[in-house]
Design a protein around this ligand. Sequence first.
Ligand SMILES: [Zn+2]
Length: 281
Amino acid sequence: MSPKFVDIHSHVNFSAFDEDRDEVITRSQDSGVWMINVGTQRDTSQSAVELSEKHSGVFATVGLHPIHTDKSFHDKKELGGHGEEFTARGEIFDFDYYETLAEKKSVVAIGECGLDYYRLGEDSKKKQKETFEKQITLANEVNKPLMLHIRPAIRSLGAGGNAYSDAYEIVKSTAKVGGNVHFFAGTWEEAKLFLDIGFTLSFTGVITFAETYNETIMNAPLDMIMSETDAPYVAPVPYRGKRNEPRYVTEVVKKISDIRGEEYEHVREQLVQNTKHMFAF
Ligand SMILES: [Zn+2]
């Protein structure tokens, strides 16, 4: 069986879905939408794997998000409102723990991993880089692609260097596997760096209400683009302000076809092909 759409980056494993997780997955399956639930630290990686083993058309990634290498981070939608004192820990990447998960059949990528310069200082950057490199080593070892999270610094503050070019240098010199840059939020120049080394780009519902990425969406080859929701965050028009969920990925695919001026069915079909090719399912 083949899906009609794939949400290649969602977090139905997060606590935002504790009340109705199975219903969300069923609604998605009923709409022909397959999903990849993305791990961000130990617990969410484990729960992504559990979901992928329980449901058809549901896959997982395992990894440590750069923001979770920092002690001060806590997101209620991700980890729940309780026990902040336990979850707001700077996690050290445990290679053996993630390796055991990574070898499972329904795990299709390593990550989300990468660099997040949005609100971090120099010390955190070093920790992020080391953690990122360990996950590339793991991806090389299990021969699975990378799910990259790269978030630039707030440009007006101008501090901290360029997360895209720093991540590109690391990937280019160490990765023996391919991968995807999730929630691409860079310039067309930055996009080209990754496209040139065979990395795909994925876009969220943000493209339904902001034109910032139209240049990249228009210029990138159609076989190098994928669709995602990043649920529970950034719901597309007409669901803005609500909790996002994987079946809304249809709005992202529609918008990609609009922006490119290409026939919807053709774009939909090609995006599914791209996904199957990258994640081998
Ligand atoms: Zn994510």
